[in-house]
Design a binder for this molecule. Sequence first.
Ligand code: AMP
Length: 281
Amino acid sequence: MKLLTTVRQMVQAREASPRPLGLVPTMGYLHAGHLALVKRAKEETAAVVVSIFVNPTQFGPTEDMATYPRDMERDLALLEQERVDIVFAPPVEEMYPAGYSTYVEVEGITSRLEGERRPEHFRGVATVVAKLFTIVRPDCSYFGQKDGQQLLVVRRLAQDLNLCTEVVAVPTVREPDGLALSSRNAYLSKQEREAALVLSRALRRVEELWRGGERDGEALRQEMRGMVQAEPLAELDYVSVADTAALEELGTVDRPAMASLAVRIGRARLIDNVPLVEETP
Ligand code: AMP
């Protein structure tokens, strides 16, 4: 496994790499969710690049950039085990040198949900992902359903800017009790971790109701709201049942949709979602 830290090295390696080339962008502190993306990339491509970069432009001024958990040594050991070909881990100055002034804005869907609460977030995500796609030129790139809105933003970006990569969505990996794996779970105390189960429980309930034929969007949102409000350690940010095309809140769930929520527990802000999509026979 090669560890590369400069754009120049990465460009050279990409030119020498067998194809198809897969890219898994991450911010490190890897867990089984990230590794599911890596495994999928290994299955589908001839060489896999994993990027590890805690991207400053996607964090707001009051967010957790400085304290975001990091453990490069452990990450490299895990990726070596997965037989990853290249780890691209540039320092911040390599991605954003002095004078850097170009940003990518995806309009529309970025004004809702996470975008509404984190005003600069998706501009930072779209910018760094566009840069990574340009530097690595992956044939396929792998993103988790866990960050459902991000996945929609990246698909839009790849399509609109003709970035020539197939964006592959990988289902959310959960703990046996339902908690979606997240690097930010590291912020939770034992008691808070227990309380954090309310996210997956609420989503499971909504999925169950939807499978049972409930199509009233507000009834589904209300169900989630009620469950989160009943958990004393949880502070609800939002609940949503929105279509996956424009992320508009649905009165009637009559198209492919995503139920999602954001909840604060202690110092962690957790997000989770389930797709509500009819399976095609
Ligand atoms: P992050 O390091 O949090 O930026 O995540 C890197 C990639 O891993 C993103 O595409 C995430 O959606 C994905 N990811 C994070 N957690 C999970 C999970 N529990 N299951 C599947 N994918 C995940």
